[in-house]
Ligand binder design. Structure first.
Ligand SMILES: *Cc1c(COP(=O)(O)O)cnc(C)c1O
Length: 397
């Protein structure tokens, strides 16, 4: 049975905070500290190295992958966790390029999170075979899928504007042109319904510390379409992606499953915390979550537009084209966000001038949105952001 939302009682939400930044770092689930303590004290502390078997640490990357898979329409065994999203971008891209050895173009878009583009640029330099990264605007990317393109690598929901690509449509266009598709679900997993199996994409990747609430540095995930797993050549041929790591063979022989995209020893404490965080999703119906997310976002846009004419909506107006975040452009956005955070409304800022607010229906309701809108109005109409203390830029924005 689906639970009704929100489920605030499952999270530690500090008194006086309205948390609109779960798209960047989800809040701490109630079971997280207990699980970390259990793993550290009992499993590591008492079992020592035996815990790889007795606590089944070795199977955890796959087990947690399967739990994420259920939220993104992926079949059992097709998602594995580990490393960081940056690494998973590299793995998926390297494997995709090896599947199209006669093509040289990686197609992404200029709205993508820069890290994904940096990883592509680094990989191109490493390969040294004149590959080229193309980054048209998100609106033009579908028309840029030509027969030269080896791989289309896109982030489903834009980290700045929240604009959402049409996954089914673009994947079909990529396949029609003979290209391999990679979807980055960093701002989609746990935020919008995703059906990877139906999309037919070859690869998907994502992180787990955003809407999935796995905690800072929680392991990333990678999906490989089941029918191509044995075609996938791992560029990072780590021993735990080997078919038989403990046979200590001198030559690499990849596992016959998605586990070939494991690399080295998994971060067990962090992975266990993620496992505990995923308990919050056990009875969540993604369609219901999406309805709640749209209702919260629509309410926020309506309230902020009515109260703060100086803020310009940069997210799509049509909720069907938007993920679970709402962004406004404002010249003094950094200072304004600092003033909001000081008053308990936590969002974040993205250069050059974007104030970003995420809506996670697991722990937010309409009362939170209304209170946040009122505080935003106070800060904006009173120009409270002009205080010099809000002008000092921190290392993380
Ligand atoms: C959050 C995010 C990342 C971050 O990658 P990490 O390796 O986890 O630091 C990368 N790509 C996209 C699209 C993101 O949204």
């Amino acid at each position: 049975m689906a639970l009704s939302l929100p489920q605030k009682e499952l999270f530690h939400l500090p008194e006086g905070v309205i948390y609109l930044d779960g798209n960047s770092l989800g809040p701490m689930p109630k079971g997280a500290a207990e699980r970390a303590s259990e793993v550290i004290q009992n499993e590591w502390g008492r079992e020592l190295i035996r815990a790889w078997n007795t606590a089944n640490w070795m199977a955890l990357p796959q087990k947690v992958g399967d739990r994420i898979g259920r939220l993104i329409g992926a079949a059992e065994g097709s998602v594995v966790t580990g490393d960081t999203l940056s690494i998973k971008v590299y793995q998926a891209l390297a494997a995709a390029l090896m599947m199209r050895p006669d093509r040289r173009v990686i197609l992404s878009d200029n709205g993508n999170f820069p890290c994904d583009l940096y990883m592509a640029q680094g990989l191109i330099d490493t390969i040294g075979k004149d590959h080229e990264l193309r980054t048209p605007t998100p609106e033009n990317v579908a028309n840029a899928i030509t027969h030269e393109v080896a791989v289309v690598m896109l982030t489903h929901v834009d980290y700045r504007s929240g604009r959402m690509h049409d996954m089914a449509e673009i994947t079909a266009r990529a396949h029609a042109a003979g290209a391999v598709m990679i979807w980055d679900l960093a701002h989609s997993a746990g935020a919008v319904p995703v059906d990877l199996a139906a999309s037919n994409t070859e690869f998907a990747i994502g992180c787990t510390y955003k809407y999935l609430n796995g905690g800072p540095g929680a392991p990333a995930f990678i999906y490989v379409r089941p029918d191509i797993v044995t075609e996938v050549k791992p560029a990072l041929a780590g021993w735990l992606g080997h078919d038989a790591p403990f046979s200590m063979e001198l030559d690499y022989r990849p596992a016959m499953s998605t586990e070939r995209l494991r690399v080295g020893t998994p971060a067990i404490v962090q992975l266990s915390v993620l496992d505990a965080a995923l308990d919050a999703w056990n009875h969540v119906d993604m369609a219901e979550l999406r309805n709640a997310s749209v209702a919260l976002s629509e309410c926020f846009i309506r309230e902020v537009a009515a109260r703060c004419p100086m803020l310009k909506l940069v997210s799509p107006n049509n909720p069907a084209q938007r993920g679970s975040q709402v962004s406004f452009a404002f010249e003094h956005g950094y200072a304004a966000m600092q003033a909001l955070i000081d008053r308990g409304v936590i969002g974040d800022f993205r250069a050059p001038a974007i104030m970003r607010f995420g809506f996670a229906p697991l722990y937010l309701d309409e009362g939170d949105v209304m209170r946040a809108a009122k505080i935003i109005e106070e800060v904006m109409s009173g120009e409270l952001w002009r205080d010099p203390k809000y002008q000092v830029v921190s290392r993380v924005t």
